[in-house]
Ligand binder design. Structure first.
Ligand code: MG
Length: 161
């Protein structure tokens, strides 16, 4: 059986934080604020995968009030989500994501992000697609107050149904 999930996340851009997207540290004057490394792309992806597997959401598994996850790399969270999917009998068919950011330009970093995601999920690179867009300066992303990410994931049950 095939199942689909979607994920959406937003984090605020602030001074004094590293900008980490898709597990890649990007040189930028501001970074995303949050309890973990605030990797908005990986959080949206985690939610899409958890959704596809019927396993709730990222807040349920890794509460931002839990100091265990403070400052942690979200690649670790994605690895844990991959284990949850596996335990429930699902394997990842493909994922597709969009990062919404006015700046910085993300195109030069997408290949590294993709490799990080494929590595954390234990799947081939061609199962992971990444995109980036601006909002042509409109809204919170356009004003560089934050970065948003959308993700969808398709998983397949190992049972024959
Ligand atoms: Mg988040």
């Amino acid at each position: 059986m095939l199942r689909i999930g979607n994920g959406y996340d937003v984090h605020r851009l602030v001074a004094g934080r590293k900008l980490i997207l898709g597990g890649v540290e990007i040189d930028h004057p501001t970074g995303l604020d949050g309890n973990s490394d605030a990797d908005v792309l990986l959080h949206a992806l985690c939610d899409a995968l958890l959704g596809a597997c019927g396993a709730g959401d990222i807040g349920r598994h890794f509460p931002d009030t839990d100091s265990q996850w403070t400052g942690v790399s979200s690649l670790l969270l994605l690895e844990k989500v991959a284990s949850i999917c596996k335990e429930r009998g699902y394997s990842v068919v493909n994922t597709d994501s969009v990062v919404v950011a006015q700046r910085p330009k993300l195109a030069p970093h997408l290949d590294r992000m993709k490799a990080n995601i494929a590595g954390a999920l234990g799947v081939d690179l061609d199962r992971i697609n990444l995109k980036a867009t601006t909002t042509e300066t409109l809204g919170f992303a356009g004003r560089e107050e934050g970065i948003a990410a959308y993700a969808v994931a398709l998983v397949e049950s190992r049972d024959k149904e």
